[in-house]
Design a protein around this ligand. Sequence first.
Ligand code: PMP
Length: 446
Amino acid sequence: MSKIIHRSLRGTLPFAVSAQGVYLTDREGKQYIDGSGGAAVSCLGHGHPDVLAAMHAQIDKVAYAHTSFFTTDVAEELADTLIAKAPPGIGHVYFVSGGSEAIEAALKMARQYYVETGEPERSIFIARRQSYHGNTLGALAVGGNEWRRKQFAPILIDVGRVSPCYEYRDRRDGETPEQYSQRLGDELEGEIQRIGPRKIIAFIAEPVVGATLGAVTATPGYFKRVRQICDRYGILFIADEVMCGMGRTGSLHAVDQEGVRPDLMAIAKGLGGGYQPIGAVLASSRIVEAFRKGTGMFQHGHTYIGHATACAAALAVQKVFARDKLIEQVQSLGAYLEKRLHETFINSPYVGDLRGRGLFRGVELVADRATKKPFDPALKLHAKVKSEAMNQGLLCYPMGGTIDGVTGDHVLLAPPFICTEAQIDEIVDKLARAIETGTHALKHAA
Ligand code: PMP
């Protein structure tokens, strides 16, 4: 029996013993194609020689130097690289060890900004229902995933809530996507008025929703409206790009395609590509200037911020992106993946929606396509699809979720950017078999 507190304390996991390119191999020699890049992490696949070489070189020089004493070449160069490609207005970076830490830092930066600028009465965040921003207490508090937060709710800060932008289920008949965006903007404005505009620090959202909804993009104009409303009330906008950022949707940042400028952005996962645990907050110069003029510091810190080896890995990932034109490749391969998903599932009775952008794709599973009725959540279809996929040698990311009381199942695909079309075919074919077997088993059980 394993002494590790694994995610599930029931059942056993295969042992991963090697990984190369788009495949992982377990102790029995079985191969798995990495259709979800772990959890949208492994953008360069596994064993990439450039990243390994950069990490080795850095370890030989200085593996780690505590940030209260030193900065390093790699951390500075990574910061310069990220800022050069960031949305206008973003001028600084704060390096952490992952996504939840990035969200915690972003929330605290936003709060400190208002303390520094003489508005300490601002103390509330607004976030969306059915969202996920991480598992530490602050990140869990702003997250709106009831399953994850339920037992911790009494120890979480209060947060204002609005609906997610989830066209497939929530756009009304006869309502255009633009009208839907407008309606959601009105809802945000209503929540701001209810709480009191001068009490609010920031609105936080994922530009393309990952784990909780399955690659759900916003309707046209939604984020522009969010930005206008935040500006009207002096509220900061935090973009959580932990999952959808770093090229995953076909632009380095998902907000690049929305035409808006966040005040703070959280990135992680694809930043280190899984080679090292690293995340970051990209902060607007306005915020950092306020700190500089005020207390002269960001009142925060962890032992491993700006870790040199992690920064070396992330810098190598950025260099490979640029040299191998991988963001362009995400666009073309993403179009291929979209086409293959449509061809494969067009007539599937259990696929209600196909969505996403770039190499970030979601498949929503329903018991009835016409009514969009989900499968009974007690059947745990997502878990069945996951284990069927693993049987087939496919790693994908199936989840269950609740929207206003309706629980559905979806599968997220986020393959490495270095995939070939043949590997995309393998992923889609194996997913189709896993969905067919999973739903078939349920139909027969019913
Ligand atoms: N935000 C989003 C949107 C995420 O998808 C995740 C991780 N799935 C996190 C935050 C938390 O990141 P981490 O697991 O690295 O702490």
